[in-house]
Structure formats: C-alpha cells, structure tokens
Design a protein around this ligand. Structure first.
Ligand SMILES: [Fe+2]
Length: 294
C-alpha cells in the first residue's frame, strides 16, 4: 500500500487550486462536479483534490493498494469495530477503483482505494515541482491508541517514536502517516515530496516571490532524515516541501524517544532554520476534519 492522495474541502476552491498550481507547482488534471483534481509528477492519477464546500476541512487521506490489500484492511476494520462506510464499488475520480472510508478514533478521515485504472505516465521532474504527497500528520490526544489502530487494523509499521510524535509506514518510505501529541484532534500538516534539497530551496524561493514566506525551515529532521520547509497555504493548512526522505526495509530498527535527542538549542540536524511559531500554531493546530464519510 502507499499514501496516494489527500482530499480537501474549501469554500474558495478557485483560490486553492490556483495556489496549488502556481506557486506550489502541481498540475490540474480535471474537474468532476464540484471537485478539482491536481497531480504531482509521479505516475499517479492525482495527489490532491479540492471540493467546493461550506468550510475548509480535510475529507480524507487516501491509502491505495491492491484489491487484496484493501479488502484485507476492510475485513480488519470490520472486526475491530472501527467506524467505517460501506464498500464503494466505483469511486468517481481519476483512477476510479473500489474501497471504503474509515474514521480514526478521533474522527481523522481515511480512505482505502484499490484503483481500477493503470497509473498514467510520470511528468518530467526537472522542474522543482512536487512529486507526490509524502506524508500526512494528525494531531491526537491519544497517540498510543492511534498507533495501535494503524499497526493492528491498517497493517502499518512503526518506524520511530519521539517524545511527542510517532511515525508510521506502509511501504519503503520512512513514514507516510504520523501522529503528534496535541490538545485537539486536527490536521497537523501535509507534506509533498520534492526531488532533492535543491528543489526544496527553489520551491522556497518561488513561494517567497509569491508572497508566501517559509514559516519553518529550511532544516533536516531527525526521524526520516528528510529536508523540510513549511508554509501556510491561502486556505489555512500547513503544507511542507520535503526531500530525501529515508527509504527503509524490514531491517530498520524502530527508534524510541531516547534515539532522538538533539543537543540543547537544536531540534533539527542543521540548526539554521527560522520559525514563525505563531503562524505555525495557527495553521497546524486548527485545520479541522470534514463531515466524515465513514
Ligand atoms: Fe512533515
């Protein structure tokens, strides 16, 4: 399985779509009804959808897999008594396919999809454009319970735990889902993978030119070893350019809070970032979950 896409709802779809195209760097692939779809350069039908709706919200984080994998998760979701929607035979979206919605323990919205159509050709990657959605991070009041749900029901593995975050994987990417300790269950941020560090820096420049300064970065995280730069989109969500995310296999030794300690005054590997805590917390703490389809 892999993290495929993120579905968002926005009162002002046009502004969000324009921003995601330029300066963010995605490509619009079409509109169905009141939903517009955008892709990165990876061989995927789409990576982000924006549905026009009454309030901003994340409608789902979509994990794609084979029919067998998605059916197996559906069965475990049923057995675990997790809140979920019915099996949907044909999603009306690029790539199509079957699957279901499931709600996390605090309402965080997930969707599992087995695509019907083969993936499209990748787009050229020489430009500093997002490749794919790299990870989605949720705020939680009960990180242990959320982690158990992901490992026992969704079939993910824990890559690392720090004092306040847990990183989960379902393929060779160090993490595609993470949970952060928080007072309220909200979307923390959505990260987009860039080709390399140069592409992250070029992206920062493009965003700066467009009047959207970096709110945290550039830096290199500990767990996952990925380069980061965070921004606040015009739609209020915290979004990240990331690159050089560690690829892991079954031999990866799961880190604990003791593994991840930075020297005093540091909380990344480089120690050069600037950070706007006010802007960060206004976006990372407040973006809500949509009306659940589960
Ligand atoms: Fe991130």
């Amino acid at each position: 399985m892999h993290l495929r896409s993120v579905e968002l709802q926005m009162p002002d779809r046009a502004t969000a779509v324009e921003f995601l195209k330029n300066p963010w760097g995605m490509t619009e692939v079409g509109t169905r009804g009141n939903t517009t779809f955008l892709r990165g350069t990876a061989a995927q039908h789409y990576a982000v959808s924006i549905t026009e709706g009454p309030a901003r919200a994340i409608l789902s984080a979509t994990i794609a897999g084979t029919r067998e994998e998605v059916e197996a998760v559906y069965e475990r979701v049923n057995q675990a008594g997790l809140r979920h929607g019915p099996w949907i035979h044909a999603f009306d979206e690029p790539g199509g396919g079957a699957g279901f919605y499931a709600a996390g323990l605090e309402g965080e919205p997930f969707r599992f999809v087995a695509e019907a159509e083969p993936p499209p050709e990748p787009l050229p990657t020489e430009r500093a454009n997002p490749i794919r959605v790299a990870h989605v991070v949720f705020n939680t009041r009960d990180r242990a319970a959320a982690t158990r749900m992901f490992t026992d029901v969704f079939g993910f593995k824990v890559s690392d735990s720090t004092r306040f975050m847990t990183f989960l994987r379902c393929d060779d990417l160090h993490h595609v889902i993470a949970y952060a300790d928080s007072k309220q269950p909200t979307l923390n941020h959505i990260a987009f993978e860039m080709k390399d560090t140069d592409a992250v820096l070029r992206g920062m420049g493009r965003l700066k030119d467009a009047g959207c300064g970096t709110v945290w970065g550039p830096g290199r995280h500990g767990p996952g070893d990925n380069v980061f730069a965070y921004f606040v989109g015009p739609f209020g969500a915290c979004i990240e350019y990331t690159a050089e995310i560690m690829r892991v296999d079954d031999d990866y030794v799961t880190g604990t809070p003791d593994t991840w300690k930075f020297p005093d005054g540091r909380n990344d590997q480089w120690g050069i970032f600037t950070r706007d805590m006010e802007a960060l917390s206004a976006s990372c703490d407040t973006f809500p979950y949509g009306p659940t389809a589960a």
